[in-house]
Design a protein around this ligand. Structure first.
Ligand code: UDX
Length: 425
């Protein structure tokens, strides 16, 4: 496993759990030392336990020596990050470097698997780089095998996937990879490499579109007096629509959706296609942040000098990740308009601190809302649903709540004397 980021660690630990012997490689020796001592740098449910278990059994190990790891392995996964460049395109410099390093260590037949989200055509490109960098020809195949792991549930997503997508022109590689994934009960979808690469982008952009669609419907529900939660339920019974991904909020975020939508737009532009629909999705998503801020502003009668208690900074619940977090974006905008923010998040405060200079950080949700003019709930952590809102009411200067995730019960809150605003209800 080359690259011990989020995807590499989850895939490595899970493959060890399926009974394979896994070596994870990273050039960052401090990281490798920490991992070898059982310290997993990301917060992901079940990952540390799984890694520790297989570290102890010897099925999982960590090294900086890519040559040794590759030469001893039958399968080589490329799981390095592909951050966006200034044009939104995925930067594949690291993938190229890794491909060159792998080439020198191919001693017998190997399946090289591209798991990183890469531009269309990258599987072929990796193949070309390896071919050019090889000193003596050895047999190998390069395969596209995109991951669909969600943060927070990545281990169970790996163990119980919706599908396994393999993009390859080599029957031998497909058969071996099928063998590797034996033990996972999921449809196996074999296709060509370019289509496999497209499946990843098309899936993420579709899900981002779905969230954006329900956000737009929520906005309309507010105007006409409908309840978006009822509307989403009524829609979901249609199997073609389904119940998932119809929760409105402050806009989608995270390390994948915004980046992949922008990358797919760049790919479209490069190929002369105007993907106006996707352009619109990103625009509506930006507006959704703005709408959330406007709601707080309206409810509190202007933001200048107001004290705002923010609950939630992670881009969604059950993660410490704040990358492209709508909660952080909204908090920033509240501060830019003169609000004094005190924020609390159960996991993401350390990551959020550098993003929010000038904000106060509380030790608890109750501390965050002390003397606040308005409470703004931005991430749907369970613990926010079960706060003692009578106590919250007593702590706040004014009883105003903007619930940007529809987590709370407006009837209960109104009885307690709050003015409540959700999304689309
Ligand atoms: C996503 C994809 O789901 C996963 O398949 C891919 O491999 C990586 O990207 P992730 O970014 O971890 O996973 O989060 P996800 O749970 O999909 O949520 C993405 C964003 O959409 C979050 O900001 C979330 O709050 C938002 N969202 C999701 C909603 O606002 N409403 C919904 O109904 C669902």
């Amino acid at each position: 496993m080359i690259g011990t980021g989020y995807v590499g660690l989850v895939t490595g630990a899970c493959l060890a759990d399926l009974g394979h012997t896994v070596v994870c490689v990273d050039r960052d020796s401090e990281k490798i030392d920490a991992l070898s001592a059982g310290r997993v740098p990301v917060y992901e449910a079940g990952l540390e336990a799984l890694a520790t278990k297989h570290l102890e059994s010897g099925d999982l190990s960590f090294t900086t020596d890519i040559q040794e790891a590759v030469s001893k392995s039958q399968f080589v996964f490329i799981t390095v990050d592909t951050p966006p460049d200034e044009t939104g395109r995925a930067d594949i410099t690291r993938v190229e470097e890794v491909a060159r390093s792998i080439a020198g260590s191919i001693n017998d037949y190997k399946v090289i698997i591209n798991k990183s989200t890469v531009p269309i055509g990258s599987t072929k490109m990796v193949q070309r780089i390896i071919e050019e960098s090889m000193e003596e020809y050895r047999e190998y195949d390069v395969v596209s095998n995109p991951e669909f792991l969600r943060e927070g549930t990545a281990v169970s997503d790996f163990m119980d996937p919706s599908r396994i997508v393999i993009g390859s022109d080599s029957q031998k590689a497909v058969m071996l990879l099928t063998e590797l994934y034996r033990g996972l009960d999921a449809p196996l979808f074999v296709t060509d490499p370019v289509s496999a690469e497209m499946i990843k982008y098309a899936s993420n952009a579709f899900l981002a579109t779905k969230v954006t669609y329900i956000n737009a419907i929520a906005n309309l529900c507010e105007a006409v007096g409908a309840d978006v939660r009822e509307v989403a339920l009524g829609m979901g019974y249609d199997e073609r629509i389904g119940f998932e991904f119809l929760k409105p909020g402050p806009g989608f975020g995270g390390s994948c959706f915004p980046k992949d939508c922008r990358a797919l737009l760049a790919i479209s532009r490069d190929h002369g296609y105007d993907f106006d629909l996707l352009e619109g999705v990103l625009e509506v998503n930006r507006e959704q942040h703005e709408r959330t801020v406007a709601k707080v502003e309206r409810l509190s009668g202007g933001l200048k000098g107001r004290k705002v208690g923010v609950l939630g900074l992670a881009f969604k619940a059950n993660t410490d990740d704040v990358r492209e977090s709508p909660a952080v974006r909204v908090t920033k905008m509240l501060m830019e308009r003169g609000a004094h923010v005190t924020a609390f998040d159960p996991r993401a405060m350390d990551n959020a601190r550098p993003e929010l200079p000038g904000a106060g950080f509380a030790e608890s949700a109750y501390e965050a809302v002390e003397d606040a003019d308005v409470l703004v709930l931005l991430t749907e952590w369970d613990e926010f649903k079960w706060l003692d809102y009578e106590r919250v009411r007593g702590l706040m200067a004014r009883p105003l709540i903007v619930d940007a995730r529809n987590c709370l019960d407006p009837v209960v809150l109104r009885k307690l004397g709050f003015t409540y605003e959700g999304v689309g209800r």
